[in-house]
Design a protein around this ligand. Sequence first.
Ligand code: FAD
Length: 773
Amino acid sequence: MHDTDPLLHDFRYLPYLPLIYVAWSNGELSPTELKNIRVIAAKRFAPGIDDKPVLANWLVPDSPPSATQMLRLLRRIRELSNRSPRRERETLASLGDALARAAGTAPLPEVTRAIQELEEALGVASAEAVRELLHESERGAVPGDTLTLHAPPDRLSGAPFDVGTMSRLLDGRYHRERNRIRDLLSGGDFTHVGEVSTAEYREQVFQWLTRLADEGIGQLAYPEVTGAAEDLGSFMACVEALSDFDISLVIKMGVHFGLFGGAIYFLGTERHRALLPDVASLKTLGCFAMTETGHGSNVQSLGTTGTYDPDADQWVIHSPDDASRKDYIGNAACHAQLAAVFGQLIVDGASHGVHAWLVPIRGGDGAALPGVSISDCGRKMGLNGVDNGRLMFDQVRVPRENLLNRYGSVGPDGVYQSDIPSPSRRFFTMLGTLVAGRITIATAALAAARGALTIAVRYGARRRQFGPAGAPEVAILDYQTHQRRLMPALARAYALTFTLRDVVDHYLSRDASTAREVEALAAAIKASASWFATATIQDCRECCGGAGYLAENRFAALKADTDIFTTFEGDNMVLMQLAAKGLLGAFQAELGETRVSGILRHLVARAGAELSELDPLTPRLTSSEHLRDPSFQAEAFQHREDKLLWSAAGRLRSRIQGGMDSFQAMIECQDHLVSLGRAHADRVTHERFSAAVSEVKDPGTGAALTLMRDLYALSRLEAEQAWFLRHGVFEAPKARAIRDEVNALCLEARGMALSLVDAFAIPEAALGAPIAR
Ligand SMILES: Cc1cc2nc3c(=O)[nH]c(=O)nc-3n(C[C@H](O)[C@H](O)[C@H](O)COP(=O)(O)OP(=O)(O)OC[C@H]3O[C@@H](n4cnc5c(N)ncnc54)[C@H](O)[C@@H]3O)c2cc1C
């Protein structure tokens, strides 16, 4: 078919053109309907339809016109229609008439009537179809005619709150430190690397780390030694703010200043802490060698040994087998000179459990020291700016003083002593001091999620696809499904940000009475935040379509670099169980019980009295006012956590009473324990976020945060609705009402979404994604 196609030029066919175009373009007409058009057209279109089957050829169900034919058809319709007034072309039939008149002929009334009948019989929305046909510049109605519109972001839907005020609230206590890092990241020295080799990337990250050390950031990690800050919170805030930029840098600094320096700071004594100024300045570079090829999550069973040799007054550090090889150790492959090595402490043939020693691994020339084997883990899924390596020790000797001896030491007399007699309790006390690393990973994961949300929301407000006939295309953020993907995540990012501020404050208060609670909470929140980040970054990538897949738009790095957050600093599944056991164990102190079965007996006995009471009307109440009432939300979260706690205790107790050992009983209840850990994280997140919201004085900011709180609460309750329905806490109408309320909240949140992400205050240079500009 070419431009001389009679259908487009023979005046007798012109009235049919709009109908034919619509028949093929919207794909809504079935083969039978196409056939009907052909038959009716043949009847009405008097002479020669059989011997000149031009019209019929365009209506063969199995042989649709090509894209080029369709484009020509559309152009012909538009070209002719431009010559007639709009009021004369409101239906396909009248448009057909208009085309005929524009070509200088009078349309046949019976043809017009036939087309009208067809329009009615086929149920074509004529007015809309005509508008769609005639607005050439709006949409790609024809393959190959598509226009990709990049409108400026829709900033008309501004915030009913002051972005600066919101940003200040999100920053919390360490606002100054965060701003300092933002200034640093905006200064031009920190720009994302493109395609570089692993060696070059590692070198770049090392240069950045040096810059941070020169800025004195390392000193903030040891406030009591350096006096550079009031508390560790300043350092933690800097790490979080740097997570807006390059995650390899964050992990490299986290390993060196945080884990290695932290082991010295928390597990060492004065003589070890004297090393910290050199650690802060990078004069001494270190690594944290805990994980082994054979043991990751189960640190208590590490194979590396540190055996005291009384004759030489030295420790002998040794990897007895391949499984004891230290694995994945950050900084080990290239830069670390000193390692904090974890292993079993043996004195006089007796093991006293896991301890840590400072062991030199590299000389000034960069080569491994005698007895130390170092190898490179090579390229990883992400974090390729960090040099992860493996270490083996062959009877490596270090002085007695190299034991980090805050919780257990050996004196010159060669006798082991510790203030904590139980090896297991000592082990958990030692690990508990390292909880700051876990909290820091949670904040870094959350920062990455906020970055992804910032990119996706800005792009969503600018990117337009589809729309009603005759109107501009719709910003994709105006689609309900898009809002459903991004707005609850935005609300959860807000909720977790405030929660983590509170967790950091509790951690820093160093209140011994709440230390276990903080540890359990840090475990649950780290798991919750890192799972959230992984899912959110993926959703945000999808929300940006193909543009999200380009490396320059950052999702590739964000996804690859944060993926491991669900595993290191404690695997999430293991952490959720740890949190649940912490909740079960919290009763231990309260009840003065030491045996698991004793705790469980008390727990179950108290179940009836202690389970949080629900208003009997709750399952059926559906009003918006009720659903947005924070006390209803709090009650629902609390009830779920309590019920899971008591029922987990009941399940464990029945097994233990039946003679099962507690390890096996725990395995059989793992699903329950993980649900309890998740419920705990959800409940605490709501509680801490609500508390923060209730303190906000500024009405605009308060209203926006209230919206975020309601959306967080109801979207989480919706996600867990199966549980609530199963336990009769909700009835079906309530579940439906929650769904509708989430839709309404998403729409409200969309109106201020750009300002909500602007309040994250991520420097443009750090965000780095062209689609977010
Ligand atoms: C990039 C990177 C950097 C790292 N940096 C360091 C570092 O600097 N220093 C260091 O010491 N370590 C480091 N690690 C190691 C990291 O801490 C461990 O990978 C982590 O603790 C998990 O141990 P694993 O890999 O042996 O997994 P495993 O413990 O073997 O777990 C494998 C799977 O088994 C499941 N599983 C394990 N136990 C249980 C259970 N009780 N119940 C149910 N499921 C269970 C887990 O959920 C997981 O899915 C790093 C790892 C990586 C990948």
